[in-house]
Design a protein around this ligand. Structure first.
Ligand SMILES: CC(C)(COP(=O)(O)OP(=O)(O)OC[C@H]1O[C@@H](n2cnc3c(N)ncnc32)[C@H](O)[C@@H]1OP(=O)(O)O)[C@@H](O)C(=O)NCCC(=O)NCCS
Length: 320
C-alpha cells in the first residue's frame, strides 16, 4: 500500500449505543462523506482513505488516516455514497459500530503546506537516525544533578541496543507504575504489545542512574520518538517512569527538559505526551512543566480515557 498522510483530521465518534444492525463496520457523517469524496477526487491514483490505529505510549490507541492505493488483504471496506474507506485489520475491533465525522481544523491543509510537510518529514527522519540525539544536541544537564545527595548519570540508547537486563528493568518499572492504570483502561493491560512498543526500532531511551557504593542503579527512564503527527514534526514522549521512591524529587522534570532541548534543536514543532485522563499525578506533572491539551486531543463526547498533551518547541507558536 502506498500511503500519504492526509492534511485533515477525521474524528471517530464512539457510539456504543449505536451499534448497527447491518454489516457496516463504520458509518460516515455527511461531512465525512463529502470530505472523503473530495480528497479522493483530488488524488486520482488513490483508491480509498484508510483508517488505522497506532499505539501511543502512556495511553491506548490513536487513529491514523492515510491515502491507500489498494485494499490490503485483511482490510474491511466501507463505501457510503461513493466515499470509500478501508479499515486496517488492527483497527476493526475498536471501530466496530462507530461513526466517522470530519472536523475542519487548523490541520486541514492547503497544497502549499504539503511542501512544508515534506521538509518536516526529513527533519524527523534525520533526528531519528541520530545515534545519540541528546549528546549531539548537547541536551544533557550541563551541571551535574543529584538526588538525595547521589549523583545522576544519563545513558542514551536506541531500544534495539538495550541489554536484556536493562530491558527487563524498564519493563518491570513500567509494570510497577502503570499496571493498575492500564487494567482500568478501555484497552486493558497487554504485556506483549507493550513490550513490542518499547522495543520498536524507532524507540529511543534516556535512562537515569544514581551512583551507589555497590555500583550504579537505574532509577528512571524515558522512551521517546521522533514522528510526524497530523503534519507536525513531533518529539513524542511515549513513556516517562520514575521508581516510586525517587518520585517528586525533580527527576521527571530533568528528563522532560532534556526532551525540550532536543525538540527545539532538532527543529520539531512540538513535544507530545499521552496521559490517562484519570492519572492525576501525571497530569499534574505535565501541566506544571507547561504542557496543555493538544488540538488533536479527543473530545469528552468521544468517550476515550486518555488526553493528548503538548508543548510548543517554537516559542511563537504556543501549544502547536
Ligand atoms: C509522573 C512522573 C514521571 C513525574 O516525575 P517526578 O520526578 O515525580 O516529577 P518532578 O519531581 O520532576 O515534579 C515536577 C513538578 O510536577 C509537580 N507534580 C508532581 N506530581 C504532581 C501532582 N500529583 N499534582 C500536581 N503537581 C504535581 C511537582 O509539584 C513538581 O513541581 P515542583 O518541583 O514545583 O514541586 C513520576 O512521578 C512517575 O514516574 N509517576 C508514575 C508513572 C507515571 O504516571 N508516568 C507518567 C505516565 S504518562
Amino acid at each position: 500500500m502506498a500511503s500519504a498522510r492526509l492534511g485533515a483530521t477525521a474524528r471517530v465518534v464512539k457510539s456504543g449505543s449505536r451499534l448497527l444492525p447491518t454489516k457496516a463496520a463504520l458509518t460516515l457523517t455527511p461531512s465525512a462523506v463529502a470530505r472523503v469524496t473530495q480528497l479522493l477526487k483530488q488524488q486520482p491514483s488513490v483508491a480509498a482513505v484508510k483508517i488505522g490505529v497506532k499505539q501511543r505510549g502512556c495511553n491506548g490507541l490513536t487513529y491514523t488516516l492515510e491515502y491507500a492505493t489498494e485494499r490490503g488483504k485483511f482490510d474491511e471496506e466501507v463505501v457510503q455514497n461513493g466515499a470509500r474507506v478501508f479499515i486496517d485489520a488492527k483497527a476493526q475491533l475498536t471501530l466496530l459500530g462507530t461513526e466517522m465525522d470530519y472536523v475542519q481544523s487548523k490541520l486541514s491543509s492547503d497544497s502549499l503546506k504539503m511542501t512544508k510537510t515534506e521538509l518536516k518529514k526529513r527533519l524527523v527522519k534525520k533526528a531519528s537516525k541520530m545515534p545519540n540525539a541528546p549528546l549531539t544536541f548537547n541536551a544533557l544537564p550541563a551541571v551535574s544533578k543529584t538526588v538525595d545527595g547521589k549523583k545522576l548519570e544519563f545513558s542514551c540508547q536506541w531500544a534495539t541496543h538495550l541489554s536484556d537486563e536493562t530491558f527487563d528493568w524498564v519493563f518491570r518499572l513500567f509494570s510497577t507504575n502503570m499496571r493498575e492504570l492500564y487494567h482500568k483502561s478501555q484497552w486493558g493491560y497487554d504485556e506483549p504489545s507493550k513490550k513490542a512498543e518499547l522495543l520498536a526500532t524507532t524507540a529511543r531511551f534516556i535512562i537515569v542512574y544514581v551512583e551507589e557504593e555497590s555500583g550504579k542503579k537505574p532509577i528512571a527512564f524515558c522512551h521517546y520518538r521522533f514522528d510526524m503527527d497530523h503534519g507536525y514534526a513531533t518529539l513524542y514522549c511515549y513513556e516517562i517512569q520514575v521508581v516510586p521512591e525517587c518520585q517528586a524529587k525533580g527527576i521527571g522534570s530533568i528528563l522532560m527538559s532534556i526532551l525540550d532541548t532536543i525538540g527545539r534543536k532538532a527543529g520539531m514543532d512540538k513535544l507530545m505526551a499521552t496521559v490517562f485522563a484519570y492519572n492525576e499525578k501525571s497530569l499534574g506533572f505535565f501541566h506544571k512543566i507547561g504542557f496543555t491539551t493538544d488540538e488533536t486531543c479527543p473530545t469528552e463526547e468521544e468517550g476515550l480515557d486518555y488526553l493528548l498533551l503538548s508543548k510548543s518547541c517554537v516559542d511563537s507558536k504556543p501549544n502547536q
